[in-house]
Design a binder for this molecule. Structure first.
Ligand code: OGA
Ligand code: MN
Length: 297
């Protein structure tokens, strides 16, 4: 019997139900028996989606897929972020699937990639009204050691706060601003055109996870001020909460192997890259796609 000639049917004919291995108590499952070159039935994908909502971080090892196949998998989760015509750090233009790497415009590894904000705790697109559901990275070239991605679980962090702090912050609203990040972290002020496109958004400091109903301590590098609080006081509170939420007990470090596809829930995790490898010697190249959020929070 012939298979339909879609990008997803070049590999195995179909998938089996994914096998799940919990990789760390507090978040994350590794999925086995998944082949992203093969089609999923709805019940197979629903199982992946169920594990994603429960564990917030999926590691799918050993995937040999192209950009279209990564995008097709992202589309099962929702709407990939549209093409954004800004220059990536390696000089290429970003599409829904684009690369993140430590390469400069000449394709040479460098210690100072243009996009350096990835080394600070954040949730992708948190400055948009609906944030994002998830980001996927596909490991293409991985340094021999180091260069892990760190994830902090903001549901666990909220749960661990003292009751008095929970009461104090439960109803607060926070501004998340791309401009704030660009000025404080990248030290690269926005152009007028960028400012028009990247308007800040207001979110609850403690939103509810739309799929699990759990409370989240939603902080990160885009959080610029607390609504109705003097700027300095709001920033101090945000810094204190971020330090609390990113303590070692809430963190998982993913050690990359080429072929890993990692999917994480931006609604309840913050993440960052680490620069603990010889960045001017080894290449670290990932393919990336972000899936848009569906609800304001
Ligand atoms: C990202 C990101 C971290 C990493 O792609 O959104 O933050 O480890 N990446 O590359
Ligand atoms: Mn990111």
């Amino acid at each position: 019997m012939s298979t339909p000639s879609t990008a997803l049917s070049r590999g195995r004919e179909s998938n089996v139900m994914p096998g799940e291995r919990v990789i760390w108590d507090s978040m994350g499952s590794e999925l086995h028996g998944v082949d992203l070159t093969a089609p999923f039935s709805d019940s197979q994908f629903n199982e992946i989606r169920r594990i994603f909502c429960k564990r917030h971080l999926l590691v799918i090892p050993g995937q040999q897929i192209d950009a279209d196949q990564l995008e097709a998998f992202a589309m099962r989760f929702g709407q990939p972020d549209p093409v954004v015509k800004t220059e990536a750090n390696d000089g290429s233009f970003r599409k829904a699937v684009h690369s993140v790497s430590n390469l400069n415009a000449q394709g040479v590894p460098t210690i100072s990639p243009v996009i350096n904000a990835n080394y600070f705790w954040h949730s992708d697109r948190a400055y948009r009204p609906k944030g994002s559901i998830c980001t996927m990275l596909h490991g293409i070239e991985i340094p021999p050691s180091g260069g892990d991605t760190l994830f902090a679980n903001l549901i666990l962090a909220y749960k661990a706060l003292p009751e008095v702090t929970k009461k104090r912050i439960d109803q607060l609203k926070v501004i998340h601003s791309y401009e704030f990040m660009r000025e404080t972290i990248m030290k690269l002020p926005l152009t007028e055109e960028e400012r028009k496109k990247q308007q800040p958004s207001e979110h609850s400091l403690v939103p509810i996870h739309p799929e699990t109903g759990e409370k989240i301590l939603f902080i990160g590098m885009y959080a610029s001020e607390i609504v109705g609080m003097p700027l300095k006081e709001g920033r101090a509170l945000l810094t204190e909460l971020q330090e609390f939420a990113t303590q070692p007990q809430f963190i998982f470090a993913h050690q990359w192997r080429a072929g890993d596809v990692v999917v994480w829930d931006n609604r309840c995790l913050v993440h960052k890259a680490t620069d603990d490898y010889q960045m001017d010697k080894y290449r670290r190249v990932m393919r990336r796609v972000v899936v848009q959020g569906t609800a304001e929070f």
